[in-house]
Design a protein around this ligand. Structure first.
Ligand SMILES: [Zn+2]
Length: 59
């Protein structure tokens, strides 16, 4: 059997809280860009910033 290999790349965003250092991985959303303020931290009252955006391949 032959499968045509189709690769799907899923983009992820890593958010990091500048106050407590908590990191969270979530799926990339349109409009995300590096070092922008993203959302409220879950564990303190700080704000998370986007630390990294990367793609992962799904096979
Ligand atoms: Zn925090």
């Amino acid at each position: 059997m032959i499968f045509s290999k189709k690769k799907i790349i899923i983009a992820y965003t890593i958010e990091k809280c500048s106050k407590c250092g908590m990191q969270r991985k979530r799926e990339f959303i349109d409009g995300d860009y590096l070092f922008s303020e993203s959302s409220k931290c879950n564990s303190c009252d700080g704000t998370t910033k986007i630390e990294k955006i990367f793609g992962e391949e799904l096979e």
